[in-house]
Every structure is written in structure tokens, then in C-alpha cells.
Design a protein around this ligand. Structure first.
Ligand SMILES: Nc1ncnc2c1ncn2[C@@H]1O[C@H](COP(=O)(O)OP(=O)(O)OP(=O)(O)O)[C@@H](O)[C@H]1O
Ligand SMILES: CC(=O)N[C@H]1[C@@H]2OC[C@@H](O2)[C@@H](O)[C@@H]1O[C@H](C)C(=O)O
Length: 396
């Protein structure tokens, strides 16, 4: 029988979700048991691991983000190399679960975003938005023998959306609550929020990127330590510094923070050139290392809090904020968010007994499951798409 029909007919599927985010720390792989579809989806996380990139691979991925260091040859090659690494991650997670590829029905792979242009560019007579994820799903299907769904974002972009954020759809399925309004705040390279009003329908879900998450902090830490540190572990450096309010206020005037949702951003906006300009301003103000790290940590915290005050609180009273992503381990950042939002209960996924790191990989397993069911899996209100679509390209 056609393998796709066989998978389609199953009531329960074993699905692997693969994700590499904007921080480029590694490939998250989650093995999930999924029953049902849409609002009836039930999941059980069976296995999870983050497979770190080695430093050389990470550097080569970073080269692709910058037009000055990227080439078509490097992109062409890395698309296939990452396909191999994603396939390897899938096979390792299967082995860790003491299973074989034959037991697994499906892989949902996000890939690696290397460029994202959510603003409309007028070209010829077309109005073009674009986004680009690599990590060839055909290679994953070939190496694992498992039907692989990849390249999710582009269909939403084709329908007029930003192709992001996509996790709000799975947040809606998994976290909606009849009594409480919940804000799910992810702090990865970029920070994004999903607001699930109490007893919401899918049309009530609000979601957008609030701005930088760890991206600016990581880059500043790399520069002030001469590359010795790659991130501010547990927020240690920031905890020793003092926030410079002059620089913070200047940074918060950025037009991205003023723009109303739906909106998304990425490394093209808050990456290396943004930090070049920021370092120049910091030098003029004579800021020491720890004060600078404290100030950019406050930038993430305050831009999150301001997003709530400007765009969410006028519409909904938030009962609980649940933080996920690597930023939830930065104690200084979490402390600052709590200080800037004193009226809210702020907790982390770990406080709730969940695995914060696995959240996005699990989301791509669910999005793949929806695709196989022919179920719409974007939220037009969050991405700005003109209508719901089924995202994901299927490699048999
Ligand atoms: N113990 C820790 N202390 C401080 N920061 C941490 C810690 N652990 C991870 N991080 C931060 O989290 C980042 C990785 O976060 P995460 O894996 O959620 O990002 P991502 O998924 O790549 O990004 P995105 O969600 O934007 O795609 C690291 O680059 C680092 O800055
Ligand atoms: C284009 C792209 O890769 N965007 C990512 C990025 O990382 C966080 C934020 O910006 C979010 O909008 C999105 O990822 C998550 C997984 C999402 O789509 O929900």
C-alpha cells in the first residue's frame, strides 16, 4: 500500500520533530507519540536530545547569514550537509529510544533559517516576502527511510504571511485554558510570544516576535570576552553589571518595537551589524563589559514587557506568563522580566514540570502530523497570511 495512505489511516503515530533555531546551538530532536489531530491531538514526549553543532559547523552556518560572507556555493553545499546532520540526529534519537526506523512513521523537520525577509519588497509588478530554511528534507528521508515533512514556512509566505511564528498553532492545541489567559514567552535567539485568551478559539490567538531574545546578548558576550564565552551562562555577567538607562532608552526607540503586530524579525535585523552599531554607542558612553551585558539583557526583558503593555494588556488581562527557550536559564533575564511585569505570575516551563528545550521540536512533530492529515496548520492572525494553509512539503 502507498506508505502515505498507511500513515494517514493510523490512529496513533510515532513522529520525530527536528529543529535548529536562530541561536544555532544545535539540532533539537524529539520523539513523540501523537494520537488524533487538530484540537483532539494528544502527545507523549518519549525521548529528547539537543545535538550540539561543533564550533566549525556553527561558524560556517553563521557565514551564511551575512551577505558579505555567504556564497551560493556555500548555501548549496550546506543545505545537503545539514540534511545529513538532521538525519543523523533522527537516527540517534531512535537508537536512544531502543527503536528502529521502521517503528517511526514520520519526521517533521524545520531546518535552519538562514535568511528571512518579512517586509514586502516590490519587484517587477510583484509584492514579494521571502524566507529561507535549509537542511534538505530529501536527504533526511533518504538516510532514514522515513517519510519526512519539511520546509513549512514557505507555504504561509506564499499565502501572504511572514511564515512565522508557527509554534502558536501547537501552543493553541496544547496549552489553551478555559479559565486563564496565558502568555507563552519563548526566548530563543529571537523572542516571541503566544497569547491564549481564556477559552479562546483559534481566531483569538495573538502571537508575534517581541524582538531579540538571546541573539544580542550572545553577540555582545562574544565580543566583550574576545570569543572566550559564547553566551552569558545563568546571566552571571549581567548580574555583576548595572543597566545604563540612557543606552537602554535609546535602544528601545527602535522602530521594530513600535510596530504593531503581526510582526516577525530575525538575525538580518538584530544580528552582527546591529551589534556593531550598539558597540559604537557603548564605547561613546564608556560602558564597562558587565554594564553592557546587563544593558542588553535589560533590552530583551524590557522589550518583552513593553510589548505586553503596548499590544496585549489593552486587549487581555494576562493571568500567567510561561517562559521557554534557552533564555529561561538566564537568571538575570528572568529576574528582570519579573521586575518589569510585577503584576503577573511569571514562571518557566521547568516550573510547570515540562522540558523547555523540547518545545519547538515537539511543535514541528505536531505540524508534520497535521500536514499528513491535510489539516490547516498556520494561524493567519499570527503570521499575517490571507487564509489558513497546510504547510509542509512531503518527501516520501
Ligand atoms: N544556562 C544558560 N544561561 C544563560 N543563557 C542560556 C543558558 N542556556 C542557554 N542559554 C541561551 O539560550 C540560547 C539558545 O536558546 P534556544 O535553543 O531556545 O534558541 P533557538 O531555538 O536557537 O532560537 P529561536 O527560538 O529564536 O529559533 C543560547 O544561545 C544562550 O544564549
Ligand atoms: C523565520 C524564523 O525562523 N523565525 C523563528 C525565529 O525564532 C523565534 C522567532 O524568530 C519565531 O518567529 C520563529 O521560530 C519559531 C520556532 C516559530 O516559528 O514559532
Amino acid at each position: 500500500m502507498n506508505r502515505l495512505i498507511e500513515i494517514y489511516r493510523k490512529e496513533e503515530r510515532l513522529v520525530i520533530g527536528l529543529m535548529s533555531g536562530t541561536s544555532v546551538d544545535g539540532i533539537d530532536a524529539a520523539l513523540v507519540r501523537i494520537r488524533g489531530k487538530g484540537l483532539d491531538t494528544k502527545i507523549e514526549l518519549l525521548e529528547f536530545e539537543n545535538f550540539s553543532y561543533d564550533d566549525h559547523v556553527r561558524e560556517r552556518i553563521f557565514e551564511l547569514f551575512e551577505p558579505s560572507t555567504s556564497t551560493v556555493e556555500k548555501i548549496c553545499h550546506m543545505n545537503f550537509l545539514l540534511g545529513e546532520l538532521f538525519a543523523e540526529a533522527a537516527l540517534k534519537i531512535i537508537k536512544k529510544a531502543h527503536m528502529s526506523p521502521n517503528n517511526v512513521d514520520l519526521i517533521g523537520s524545520h531546518g535552519q533559517t538562514i535568511y528571512h525577509i518579512p517586509q514586502i519588497i516590490e519587484d517587477l509588478s510583484y509584492r514579494i516576502k521571502s524566507t529561507f530554511q535549509i537542511g534538505e528534507p530529501a536527504v533526511i528521508a533518504e538516510r532514514t527511510g522515513i517519510v519526512t515533512v519539511g520546509d513549512f514556512r514557505v507555504r504561509d509566505v506564499a499565502a501572504g504571511g511572514d511564515g512565522a511564528p508557527l509554534v502558536p498553532y501547537t501552543d493553541y492545541i496544547l496549552y489553551r485554558n478555559p479559565e486563564n489567559t496565558i502568555a507563552l514567552q519563548n526566548i530563543g535567539g529571537i523572542a516571541n510570544v503566544t497569547v491564549l485568551p481564556a477559552a479562546c478559539g483559534v481566531e483569538d490567538v495573538m502571537a508575534f516576535d517581541t524582538g531579540p531574545g538571546n541573539m544580542v546578548i550572545d553577540e555582545v558576550v562574544k565580543r566583550v570576552t574576545g570569543g572566550v564565552l559564547k553566551y552569558d551562562k545563568d546571566g552571571h555577567l549581567a548580574s555583576k553589571g548595572r543597566v545604563n538607562s540612557q543606552l537602554l532608552d535609546e535602544l528601545l526607540k527602535d522602530e521594530y518595537f513600535v510596530k504593531r503586530p503581526p510582526k516577525t524579525t530575525g538575525r538580518e535585523y538584530f544580528g552582527a551589524s546591529y551589534v556593531d552599531r550598539l558597540m559604537e554607542r557603548a564605547a561613546r558612553l564608556n560602558l564597562d563589559k558587565c554594564d553592557l551585558v546587563a544593558t542588553v539583557t535589560a533590552l530583551t526583558a524590557k522589550s518583552i514587557a513593553n510589548s505586553y503593555r503596548d499590544f496585549i494588556i489593552p486587549l487581555y488581562k494576562i493571568d500567567r506568563v510561561i517562559i521557554s527557550g534557552g533564555g529561561s536559564y538566564n537568571k538575570t533575564l528572568v529576574r528582570m522580566i519579573k521586575e518589569y511585569l510585577p503584576e503577573m505570575e511569571v514562571m518557566t516551563q521547568e516550573d510547570m514540570g515540562f522540558n523547555s528545550d523540547a518545545k519547538e521540536a515537539v511543535a514541528f512533530a505536531i505540524l508534520a502530523n497535521e500536514a499528513i492529515n491535510g489539516h490547516f496548520n498556520n494561524i493567519p492572525k499570527a503570521t499575517g497570511a490571507k487564509h489558513p494553509v497546510v504547510m509542509g512539503k512531503i518527501c516520501m
